[in-house]
Design a binder for this molecule. Structure first.
Ligand SMILES: [Zn+2]
Length: 188
């Protein structure tokens, strides 16, 4: 099982509770399977606690169906809100001085802070193009790439770039040997 730090989940759950109300929050929670409810809510996690990455992604997909229309646009908005709220504070100094190329080169190091499994590498494959490869991550949840791609897009934006293409060419969840996210960006 691969875990992610709970900070993103906590930020989004708090946001939903505040802006959509307790009833909607409960509905999202109760729509999840028992094991996912348990993984996310039973231990009342701290921001630095580990939670199951699959349960977190399924939480976002469920929230998207209930708050949005199931096309993951709402889930992307929630992740974008969370990344801006949390990363901008933590990485403020670094991001202010970075270019997207530099920031994406450091992304595998940042990945290690947020995940307890998997090996991420970033390979520059051309001007303003990078391939992120993720290997050895157990139980990667299906459709998780929307989460990765929002994070990459927001990081790029913070460093003054605009991601113009994010494509998940390979995925562990689809039976490939590893995940590959291909990213292209331009300067703004
Ligand atoms: Zn994948």
């Amino acid at each position: 099982m691969g875990n992610i730090k709970a900070i993103g989940f906590i930020t989004i759950a708090q946001y939903i509770s505040e802006y959509h109300g307790a009833e909607i929050s409960e509905k999202i929670k109760n729509t999840l399977e028992g094991k996912d409810q348990e993984a996310l809510f039973a231990k009342n996690p701290l921001p630095i606690s580990w939670i199951d990455y699959g349960a977190y992604i399924r939480y976002l997909i469920t929230a998207d169906k209930i708050l949005g229309n199931g096309d993951l646009k709402m889930a992307e908005k929630l992740v974008s809100y969370e990344v801006n709220k949390n990363f901008k504070t933590i990485y403020k100094m670094f991001v202010a001085l970075a270019t997207p190329t530099l920031l994406f080169a450091k992304t595998p190091m940042m990945f290690k802070q947020y995940f307890d499994a998997g090996k991420m590498s970033a390979e520059v494959i051309g001007k303003n193009q990078v391939d992120f490869k993720l290997a050895d991550f157990p139980n990667v949840p299906l459709h998780h790439e929307f989460h990765f791609h929002v994070v990459f897009t927001e990081l790029g934006k913070m460093a003054g770039g605009k991601v113009t293409e994010a494509r998940h060419a390979k995925c562990l969840a689809r039976g490939d040997e590893y995940c590959i996210s291909h990213l292209t960006w331009s300067s703004i």
